[in-house]
Design a protein around this ligand. Structure first.
Ligand SMILES: Nc1ncnc2c1ncn2[C@@H]1O[C@H](COP(=O)(O)OP(=O)(O)OP(=O)(O)O)[C@@H](O)[C@H]1O
Ligand SMILES: [Mg+2]
Length: 250
């Protein structure tokens, strides 16, 4: 079982759109896939039409035993794809982690219990750099980072690599890819060229800026279900195939 995080400390960069489409393609390619929506905003749960548990404050059980996670798993409308939906109480994850022992390893320990049930776990992460983020960096085999090719996003990615270096996380885990790319913009072109020179691990495939990604909110589904022949859909499939190679190379 492999664990992939869709992570950036920057908000609104396409973490959720990517987690949803990658989870969809992973399941379609035959992997038993679990998407965990760690963001209390619950956007990926919304896209998959899955409701969160009525149980109050279940975040307090999240890291304690994998049996608690098993109870929260919901089936999606797609074969081989399950979801653990977000809960508003997930906003307390940081406080909770402060109180636990072996706090950096808690997420990995809880997820390891699911290894018989799933081939791939995808984490849709909130935009934070916190104790939860440290758990994510420790747990994930790959940390996929969507990057919009602009100056500020470049700066944020530099900060993330510095943080990995400083805290001695393996920088090999960090896999950036470009998203919301507008080929007509000179700034996007130049930033992409200069970042690819500096960071060799950038995925070759990029996601274009596309209204078909925005329409996921209207259809509440992965792009392939309503815009099969469109460029954004093909881009996510190609991106997934590249990620699959990264997983296999591990
Ligand atoms: N490739 C794209 N082209 C056009 N719009 C996009 C693209 N990717 C994402 N969006 C839109 O941008 C907004 C933010 O995307 P998304 O929710 O995936 O980002 P996020 O990083 O998960 O945000 P947050 O930090 O709030 O969790 C959404 O309205 C989404 O529809
Ligand atoms: Mg999100």
């Amino acid at each position: 079982m492999k664990i992939i995080a869709c992570y950036s400390m920057k908000g609104g960069v396409g973490k959720t759109a990517s987690a949803v489409n990658i989870a969809y393609w992973a399941a379609k390619s035959g992997l038993r896939t679990l998407l965990i929506d760690l963001d209390p905003q619950g956007a990926s749960s919304f896209y998959f039409r899955v409701k969160s548990s009525p149980q109050k404050n279940w975040s307090s059980r999240f890291f304690k035993a994998y049996s608690q996670l098993l109870k929260q798993i919901k089936a999606s409308d797609f074969d081989q794809l399950d979801i653990i939906p977000a809960h508003l109480s997930f906003r307390h994850f940081d406080l909770l982690l402060q109180q636990l022992s072996k706090r950096q390893k808690r997420l990995r320990q809880a997820l390891k219990g699911l290894k018989k049930e799933y081939d791939l776990i995808i984490l849709d992460c909130p935009p934070t750099i916190s104790k939860l983020a440290e758990n994510i960096f420790y747990a994930a085999d790959l940390v996929l980072v969507p990057v919009i090719p602009t100056t500020l996003s470049e700066r944020t990615f530099d900060q993330l690599t510095q943080f990995f270096k400083h805290e001695s996380y393996s920088r090999k885990k960090l896999i950036p890819f470009f998203t919301m790319v507008d080929a007509r913009k000179q700034l996007h072109k130049q930033t992409a060229i200069s970042m690819r020179k500096r960071y060799k691990r950038f995925l070759r495939n990029a996601i274009p800026f596309s209204t078909d990604v925005e329409k996921m909110g209207k259809y509440r589904a992965p792009i392939d279900t309503f815009a099969q022949d469109k460029q954004a859909n093909k881009a996510y499939l190609a991106l997934w195939q590249e990620i699959q190679q990264e997983i296999q190379a591990q």
